[in-house]
Design a protein around this ligand. Structure first.
Ligand SMILES: Nc1ncnc2c1ncn2[C@@H]1O[C@H](COP(=O)(O)OP(=O)(O)OP(=O)(O)O)[C@@H](O)[C@H]1O
Length: 595
């Protein structure tokens, strides 16, 4: 798969056979319900077809002077029964259509949250969201109504044509001639509907992408005075969706008006030629009446076929986009089966790694050993590859060469769920999710009880904050935890990681400054935790580094040196330089971040 085919890039068009296969996959689980709905619809259509025959009998009976009561009752019964059966069929089909949408959404949602990280990074989250919400909606009619309409419309059309042929082959010839001509010409516009719909859906995806970007950095948008510019970008995508929507509507209108045109021209032709045939005595007047009624009934199957064709065009665009999202690579996650016990050891053996084939290597033969327990700090200039170490341990990415071992076992041999259940991970920007404080804490450990939560709160120095808040643990923290300070967010993220009772804690220290109280609290907490848990910390503060049992100095994807603070101060000039500048620059100072 090329980059262009990824979600977020313009959708590749599926071939007709691929579209049909994908359509069948969505349709298959519901085939019996669709068959039942189709059967009801067919019975309804058959009763409608019988009506002109009853009408012909009625006219003949009137001409012959007989009683028409029985035929009238039959005609009424046919109309009522036909309508009732048809509406039950319509309900079954509508219900099935909703189920098709639900199944497609569940499949997509199940896959999207399990996407491999590199796939997620290539895709646009907003566009992926629109595939789950908007494109699946378009699937609604194509998988059921369209399939059924094609079937029932086709059968009714054949039956109507057969009956018309029995009545008068000459008039049938006239009718078919006109219809084939007009409807055939409109078939040419069908691909344009699909194309316009695809463009419109792509524009909807772009709208979601830009909105997602703006909402995700709302303060930055405001602080940068970018409201108007971002609004203009979303509006531009909205206008494109509108323009392509209009284009699709235009071609659909052309297609539909041609159905009306075909029937009306046929009606006039049949009236003229049929009238002449009645006058010449070739057919009785009742045949002409019945034929004209059949012509009237012909509108429905032709409309159904047209509806099936237009919906197929609209749906095929959506199917292509859904199919693309379904093809993105996912991780295989099984239920955790056991994580081992005690602090975990970590070894990197000559690890090489690059994020993408076209990007330069980020790790070039990284080797280090971290025994169980204690704190290991990773330091080095920005971009040295420190955070990447954590991504490889969590197996968010796979090493291109060498081995990453946790407890002596290659991470590729660990069941993924067990590996991640052993690890507590605190990202650099310490994400806090919308919801309550409690929801955030138990996010990684849904079964944690109140006692465990209290212990973790004390350990993460959050107990005073929770006591101060009027709603305590039930306090709503806002989108991305916007109602908490930076230091509080970091401690919530640490508490969340600790509540998982990890054997290995990966702490990507925030680059932002913490005040003296917070900094010391963090340092004490790490020291405390590292007695029972192996702690790996990407360190940006001297206070964290000096406390570490060992320090790994990284530079440009390589390990330069490993040792204690004092050893490295004496032996490694880069470390000395970093300690003198970067770390010392973040020495304790007062700020408003204190709890
Ligand atoms: N997901 C990604 N896709 C592509 N390149 C990436 C990705 N993440 C990081 N990089 C690149 O890999 C290199 C190493 O990144 P990494 O985050 O490991 O550095 P770091 O040492 O942790 O830096 P910092 O101290 O600034 O956080 C950087 O050049 C970065 O631009």
């Amino acid at each position: 798969m090329t980059t262009d085919e990824r979600a977020g890039a313009p959708a590749a068009r599926l071939s007709t056979s691929e579209t049909w296969r994908a359509l069948y996959r969505h349709f298959r689980p519901h085939r019996w319900a669709v068959a039942l709905g189709a059967a009801f619809t067919l019975v309804g259509a058959a009763s409608a077809l019988a009506q002109p025959l009853a009408a012909k009998a009625l006219v003949d009976r009137l001409g012959g002077g007989g009683s028409i009561t029985g035929i009238l009752v039959l005609l009424t019964a046919l109309v009522v029964l036909g309508t009732a059966v048809e509406s039950v069929g319509a309900y079954i089909l509508a219900r099935t259509a909703e189920s098709v949408v639900l199944t497609a959404r569940r499949t997509l949602i199940g896959r999207l949250l399990r996407l491999r990280l590199p796939e997620m990074e290539r895709a646009q989250p907003g566009d992926l969201m629109s595939r789950v919400t908007s494109d699946t909606t378009l699937l609604r009619s194509v998988t059921t109504q369209s399939v059924v309409s094609a079937g029932t419309g086709g059968l009714s059309l054949l039956a109507t044509i057969a009956l018309m042929g029995v009545m008068d082959p000459v008039l049938l010839g006239v009718t078919l001639g006109v219809i084939v001509l007009v409807v055939g010409a409109t078939a040419l516009v069908m691909p344009r509907i699909a194309q316009a719909t695809k463009r419109s859906q792509e524009a909807v995806g772009e709208m979601s992408t830009v909105l997602e970007r703006a909402f995700g950095a709302f303060r930055t948008v405001k602080a940068s005075g970018a409201e108007d510019r971002e609004t203009a970008v979303v509006e531009d995508a909205a206008r494109r969706a509108w323009r392509h929507g209009l284009r699709s509507a235009k071609w659909e209108a052309v297609a539909w008006s041609s159905v009306g045109l075909a029937v009306q021209v046929s009606f006039l032709a049949v009236l003229g030629i049929g009238g002449a045939r009645v006058a010449s005595g070739a057919i009785p007047v009742s045949t002409l009446v019945a034929f004209l009624l059949f012509l009237f009934y012909l509108i429905e199957p032709i409309s159904e076929l047209m509806e099936a064709a237009t919906q197929y065009q609209v749906g095929s665009a959506a199917i292509a986009r859904i199919q693309e999202a379904e093809r993105l690579e996912t991780e295989t996650l099984t239920a955790p089966s056991g994580t081992g016990s005690g602090p975990a050891a970590v070894v990197f053996e000559d690890v090489t790694f690059h994020y993408r084939d076209d990007l330069p290597p980020v790790h070039q033969g990284v080797s280090f050993t971290v025994p169980g327990a204690g704190t290991t700090a990773f330091v080095g200039p920005s971009g040295a590859g420190k955070t990447t170490v954590f991504g490889l341990i969590e197996r968010f990415y796979e090493a291109t060469g060498g081995r990453v071992l946790v407890d002596g076992k290659d991470v590729r041999d660990w069941p993924l769920a067990d590996l991640r259940a052993s690890i507590g991970y605190v990202e650099q920007d310490a994400p806090v999710l919308a919801g309550t404080l409690r929801e955030n804490l138990v996010f990684g450990a849904p079964d944690a009880d109140d006692e465990q939560i209290t212990q973790v709160l004390v350990r993460a120095r959050l107990d005073a904050l929770v006591e101060r808040l009027p709603d305590g643990l039930e306090t709503v923290v806002g989108h991305r935890g916007s109602k908490l300070s930076g230091g509080e967010r970091q401690r919530v993220a640490i508490a969340r990681a600790l509540l998982r009772r990890p054997r290995l804690l990966l702490l990507d220290e925030a680059t932002s400054q913490l005040d003296a109280v917070n900094e010391m609290a963090l340092r004490d907490m790490v020291a405390e935790v590292s007695r029972e848990v192996t702690v790996l910390v990407v360190a940006h503060r001297l206070s964290t580094v000096t406390l570490a049992d060992r320090i790994v100095v990284m530079d440009a994807g390589k390990v330069r040196a490993v040792g204690s603070h004092h050893e490295l101060m004496a032996a490694d000039p880069l470390y000395g330089e970093l300690a003198a500048t970067q770390f010392l620059a973040s020495a304790p100072r007062a700020s408003s971040d204190a709890p």
